[in-house]
Write a protein that binds this ligand. Structure first.
Ligand code: PMT
Length: 410
């Protein structure tokens, strides 16, 4: 079935060298039956002409808000109202900033404010611009408003740099648009449908003797929020929980497996990893355990006692290195040099994403209902989330994972 047939798509073309690729995009969308109305910014016209888009779309091309050819209508309002989808490709940092701040000073930005249609944005810019905190923050604002991003690809950029920033290939953009109209990409409740998600939570307990142990302050809240969010996105969820302060989610659709030690958690996770699509390791796992757990309560005797500790298995590192299709997400609980340590763990453990939390910050880390996180992939920062509920953190992290699993990158 052709999901693009008869759909009205407004294609916003902004001023970057990738504007030339929008010509092929227009052609592909039109060939597939979409009615494509192109709106160009003045800067885009420096790179490609209106006539190109008019010829390919067989439609009038818009760029000037005040050039009203039909007295009976107001173009930007009519266009905005007629759209099934507004796609901005390529989207410059400038247009993304205007969208984030509600600036309406040209035909495209005005139409974007006037539309109630879903909006997709395919950024294209220099790699450093793409990673600039201002651009990241603007993209996060738009993401929170429901804008769907088609993440740029890696490669040699027109500016000479190599990295992320190249407009995603037009054929891929067309596939994303088709997937949207096919109903595959949209509601949050479907983002992880059919995926098996393993989540770990809580702090492991490493026995010294039957009544004493080494553990940590993890309450389980972050891991439980992740399990709930994954379930809400339609995933088949298994929650592997060590010691927690609160009860796990009472949702019959979330399988809960209780474990105690790092070793037990390793066995529970490893046994399910082969069939999993996503592993989110939010548990605080002991790095060391007592070499010997005494079978009976240790009696008070000597003044000084030495407890010999040995390393536990690093669950995430072992499975990260063994992964095949799985999308693996780690957490990094840090008390300083958060980005440096987190990114080192990301690489060392072969992760797809790492969620770094500085557990010294008020409202972040252990025991709280909120967290403050920065999420990294191998390229660098994916997004920062200032103080937000753990539910919100969970949703955002999993939405990125779902997008990447489905080839629709945020
Ligand atoms: O449970 P809460 O009270 O809500 O608190 C949430 C949290 C602070 C526990 C959570 O946000 C968090 O940061 N979890 C990871 C804690 C941790 O063990 O961080 P780490 O930086 O020491 O370890 C890095 C990663 O390796 C983690 O994903 C950890 O689960 C994993 N790891 C560590 C050691 C080990 N032997 N095996 C592992 O898999």
């Amino acid at each position: 079935m052709n999901h693009l047939q008869g759909k009205t798509i407004i294609l916003g073309v902004t001023g970057g060298i990738a504007a030339y690729k929008a010509a092929y995009l227009t052609s592909r969308l039109t060939q597939k039956g979409a009615v494509v109305h192109v709106i160009m910014t003045e800067s885009a016209k420096q790179f490609i002409t209106e006539l190109t888009f008019q010829s390919l779309s067989k439609q009038r091309v818009y760029s000037d808000t005040f050039q009203e050819r039909d007295p009976a209508s107001i173009s930007h309002i009519d266009l905005a109202g007629s759209a099934d989808l507004v796609l901005v490709a390529p989207a410059t940092a400038n247009m993304i900033a205007k969208m984030a701040h509600g600036i309406a000073d040209d035909m495209l930005s005005t139409t974007l404010l006037a539309t109630t249609a879903p909006v997709m944005v395919a950024p294209a810019m220099n790699v450093h611009m793409y990673r600039h905190p201002a651009v990241v923050s603007n993209m996060n604002t738009l993401y929170d408003r429901g804008v769907q991003f088609i993440e740029p690809g890696d490669g040699l950029l027109a500016c000479g740099y190599v990295g992320k920033g190249r407009l995603e290939e037009p054929d891929t953009i067309v596939s994303v648009v088709e997937a949207y109209f096919a109903g595959q990409a949209a509601p949050e409740s479907l983002l992880l449908a059919g995926k098996k998600v393993l989540v770990t939570a809580g702090g492991t307990v490493e026995r010294i003797d039957p009544v004493r142990y080494i553990s940590n302050d993890s309450s389980g809240k972050m891991g439980f929020a992740l399990a709930r969010a994954a379930r809400a996105m339609g995933a088949d969820v298994t929650l592997i929980a060590a010691r927690t302060d609160i009860a796990p989610p009472q949702d019959a659709d979330i399988e809960v497996v209780r474990v105690e030690s790092a070793q037990q958690m390793y066995e529970a996770v490893a046994g399910r990893f082969g069939s999993a699509d996503v592993l989110v390791q939010a548990a605080a796992v002991a790095d060391y355990r007592p070499k010997q757990a005494a079978e009976a309560k240790i009696k008070k005797s000597v003044d000084n006692m030495v407890l010999e500790l040995v390393k536990t298995t690093d669950i995430l590192e072992t499975l990260g290195k063994a992964k095949t299709k799985q999308f693996v997400i780690g957490f990094a609980a840090e008390t300083g040099n958060t980005e440096g340590y987190a990114r080192d763990k990301l690489v060392r453990k072969n992760l797809d994403l790492i969620v770094a939390n500085d557990v010294t910050l008020a409202g972040a880390g252990f025991g709280t209902d909120t967290n403050i996180v920065s999420v990294y992939d191998v390229e660098g920062l994916v997004f920062d989330l200032p103080l937000a509920s753990k539910d919100e953190v969970a949703r955002k992290v999993l939405a990125v994972a779902a997008g990447r699993l489905n080839g629709v990158l945020q």
